[in-house]
Write a protein that binds this ligand. Structure first.
Ligand code: GLA
Length: 395
C-alpha cells in the first residue's frame, strides 16, 4: 500500500481529514552472520531491509489507544491508564507491551488512532514483530515528547530496548536485542556490527559486495512452538555458562569467553547437548569477527565460507533448522553463483539468506523454487531486498 493509500484507508476507519495523519515506519532485518549469539552477549551482523511496518497515526485528546491493521479483522481499544491489562491479546500485545516499557521510562502514553500496514511477511523470520515494536515505540515516544514540549531527537537505542522489553516482559519471548536494534538503528547500504554487551559501541560497516546480491528465501512454513524452543535454547546456554563460570568466574556471559578459554574448560559442561549449544555460540562469535575481516579485505568468497559454516552449525549443533530450511539451503548451495547460504533469524521455519552472484539470481530463484516445491509440496518465496534505513517518521 502506498502512503497516500494508507492515509485514505485511515480516514475510512477513523474519519476526519488526512491533514493531521502522520506516518511512522520501521523495517525488518536480515542477519548476515552471528545467529543465536545476541542473548549470550555475543556479536551480531544484521542489516535493516526496506520492508517493514508503517503506522498511520493521529493523536486524540483522551487516553484511549485505538488500533487496527490493514490486513486483519482485529480492532483493539486499550485504556492507556491500564496498560498492563492487555497481555492476553493475540494482536495488539506487542504494541501495548511497548507502551508499558515506555511508561516505565517516563514517557506519557497519549490517546491515539493507529492503522498498521506491514509490507513484511508475518512470522517469516525477518523480524516483523521487531518492526511493529520499533515503529510503535517511535510513534508513542514522539507523541509523548510533543505533549511535554521536548524537542530532541529520539534515543533510538532506547526505542530498540523498549521493543525488546515488550517481548521479554509482556509477550513472554526471551529474545535478545538484535532485531529491534537493527530495526531502529539500520542505515541504507550498511550492516551493523554489534557487540551485544556494549550497545553504544555499535559500528556501521558499508556493505561492499560488488557483483553479488543478498537473496532472501522464505520457507513459508508456519512456525509452531518456535517461541518455546527459542526459550529452551536460551536456557541451555545459561546452563552452560553457569558451569563454565566455575573456572571463569569473571565471565558474565558467553560473549566474555574466548575460543581458547572454552576449549580448555568445556569438560565442565556436563550435558552433551548443552556443550554442543555452547560450542555453536562461541564458534559463531569467532566467525563474525572473521567475516568482518574478510569483508574489509574484499574477500567475499571467505565471507561465503563463513556463512556456510554458520549455517551448518545452526543445523547440526544448535538444531534450529528443520526440513524446509535445510532443503532451501541445500538447493541454494547447488547453484553455480551461490557463494554462501544459511538460515537467518531464530530458525524453526522462516527464511534463509544467500549471497548470490548477480547474474545467477534469476536462475537461483527458478531452480531453488522448483526443487523446494517438489520436495516440500508448497512453494517458497524469494526477495532481493535492498538494505534500508532504520525507523523514522516518514515526512
Ligand atoms: C530471533 C530473536 C533475536 C535473535 C535471533 C537469533 O530473531 O528475536 O534476538 O536471538 O532470533 O539470532
Amino acid at each position: 500500500m502506498t502512503i497516500a493509500e494508507l492515509k485514505k484507508e485511515f480516514v475510512k476507519y477513523y474519519g476526519g481529514s488526512e491533514d493531521d495523519v502522520r506516518i511512522f515506519m520501521s523495517p525488518g532485518r536480515v542477519n548476515l552472520i552471528g545467529e543465536h549469539t545476541d542473548y549470550c552477549g555475543g556479536f551480531v551482523f544484521p542489516a535493516a531491509i526496506t520492508m517493514g511496518t508503517y503506522i498511520a497515526a493521529r493523536k486524540t485528546d483522551d487516553k484511549i489507544i485505538k488500533m487496527r491493521a490493514t490486513d486483519l479483522p482485529d480492532y483493539v481499544e486499550a485504556d492507556a491508564t491500564r496498560i498492563n491489562d492487555y497481555k492476553h491479546l493475540s494482536w495488539g500485545n506487542y504494541q501495548l507491551g511497548v507502551a508499558a516499557e515506555l511508561e516505565k521510562r517516563g514517557y506519557e502514553i497519549v490517546g491515539c488512532e493507529l492503522l498498521f500496514d506491514d509490507t513484511i511477511p508475518h512470522g517469516g523470520g525477518l523480524s516483523s514483530s521487531a518492526a511493529i515494536e520499533v515503529a510503535t515505540a517511535i510513534t508513542f515516544a514522539t507523541f509523548s515528547n510533543e505533549l511535554k514540549g521536548i524537542d530532541e531527537p529520539l534515543d533510538m537505542i532506547e526505542m530498540a530496548l523498549c521493543g525488546q522489553g515488550a517481548e521479554n516482559n509482556y509477550c513472554g519471548v526471551n529474545c535478545g536485542i538484535m532485531d529491534q536494534f537493527a530495526s531502529a538503528m539500520g542505515k541504507k547500504d550498511h550492516v551493523i556490527f554489534l557487540d551485544c554487551r556494549k550497545l553504544e559501541d555499535y559500528k556501521l560497516v558499508p556493505l561492499k559486495m560488488d557483483g553479488y546480491k543478498i537473496v532472501i528465501s522464505n520457507t513459508n512454513k508456519k512456525r509452531s512452538l518456535a517461541d518455546s524452543k527459542y526459550n529452551e535454547r536460551r536456557a541451555e546456554t545459561e546452563e552452560g555458562l553457569a558451569e563454565l563460570q566455575q573456572a571463569l568466574p569473571n565471565a558474565t556471559c558467553l560473549g566474555d569467553i574466548s575460543l581458547a578459554e572454552f576449549e580448555a574448560n568445556k569438560h565442565l559442561i556436563k550435558r552433551d547437548i548443552v556443550r554442543q549449544r555452547v560450542t555453536h555460540v562461541i564458534e559463531e562469535d569467532d566467525r563474525v569477527l572473521k567475516s568482518i575481516e574478510a569483508l574489509e579485505k574484499g574477500d567475499i568468497l571467505e565471507f561465503g565460507r563463513l556463512i556456510n559454516a554458520s549455517g551448518d552449525s545452526l543445523r547440526d549443533l544448535y538444531e534450529v533448522t528443520g526440513k524446509e530450511l535445510d532443503t532451501l539451503v541445500a538447493e541454494a548451495r547447488k547453484i553455480d553463483g551461490t557463494i554462501g547460504s544459511r538460515m537467518t533469524g531464530a530458525g524453526f521455519g522462516g527464511c534463509t539468506m544467500s549471497i548470490v552472484r548477480e547474474d545467477a539470481v534469476e536462475k537461483f530463484i527458478e531452480e531453488v523454487g522448483k526443487a523446494y516445491e517438489a520436495i516440500i509440496g508448497y512453494p517458497a518465496s524469494f526477495y532481493v531486498d535492498d538494505i534500508g534505513d532504520g525507523g523514522h517518521e516518514v515526512k
